[in-house]
Design a protein around this ligand. Structure first.
Ligand code: PEP
Length: 252
């Protein structure tokens, strides 16, 4: 199973800034990229095509979208479809990122529609799940993860190619805060996600990747990436600069 090292650039970078960062990233880690790793760059929509140009010719450098609307086309002002993401070269898309859930009000049901529709339309999907700090303090981590996974995966074909469905465990309190989850917290949450994936998909659930996200930095990446059931990372802040993200990608 290849570890998936993903850079979520959120609402950062113009087209040329994105191109330059992606080009530098390929230069810094292209030749050194271990066989068992893939790099996924997720820029804003406006920079997708240009970022794809910088990654072109490097099969283990993939392009992803941050969001989409679960319809083919139509009167959905401001939205973008899976076909449009595929058209500019995306292989992956995020669904249910905590900023979409908690800043933009996306429900578990909408996230579930997106996961199923994105997969059906040919994208690989990263379903993001994770608890808020009040939920952790109330001992509700597993309950929250179970609900988000049940609803997020409800419409997914049980025979889905396990390589195309990724879950990112991103505790909300660790995203963009500098507060990384401890190894024990990560191992426990990932073991629970694995158990739920096996419950839902049988043996194929063991082949689905589970990423950790939440204040991953060059100096904590090596420890995190070797924890049980950690099959990659999803990185926000520390992915914005190629020198910093390349150190995460190559962390060992
Ligand atoms: C994220 O955006 O998914 C994320 C984990 O952000 P950060 O690395 O900045 O915490």
């Amino acid at each position: 199973m290849k570890k998936l090292m993903a850079a979520n650039w959120k609402m950062h970078k113009t087209t040329e800034e994105a191109f330059d960062t992606a080009e530098e990233l390929v230069a810094l880690c292209g030749a050194a990229l271990p066989e068992d790793r893939e790099v996924l760059v997720i820029p804003p929509f406006t920079a997708l095509r240009r970022t794809g140009q910088a990654l072109a010719g490097n099969p283990r450098f993939l392009l992803g979208g941050q969001n989409f609307y679960p319809e083919e086309q139509g009167a959905f002002t401001g939205e973008i479809s899976p076909a449009m993401l595929l058209d500019v070269g995306c292989a992956f898309v995020l669904a249910g990122h905590s900023e979409r859930r908690h800043v933009l009000g996306e429900t578990d049901e909408m996230v579930g529609r997106k996961v199923a529709f994105g997969l059906e339309r040919g994208l690989s999907v990263i379903l993001c799940v994770g608890e808020r700090i009040d939920e952790r303090r109330a001992g509700q981590v597993e309950q929250v993860l179970r609900t988000q996974l049940d609803k997020g995966l409800a419409g997914v074909d049980r025979g889905v190619d396990p390589e195309r469905l990724v879950v990112a465990y991103e505790p909300v309190w660790a995203i963009g805060t500098g507060e990384v989850a401890g190894p024990q917290e990560i191992v426990q949450a990932h073991a629970f996600v694995r158990q739920e994936l096996v419950r839902a998909f049988g043996e194929a659930g063991r082949e689905m990747r589970i990423q950790y996200g939440g204040s991953v930095k060059p100096d904590n990446a090596a420890e995190i990436i070797h924890l049980d059931n950690v099959d990659g990372v999803l990185v926000g802040g520390a992915s914005l600069r190629a020198d910093s993200f390349s150190r995460i990608v190559l962390a060992d």
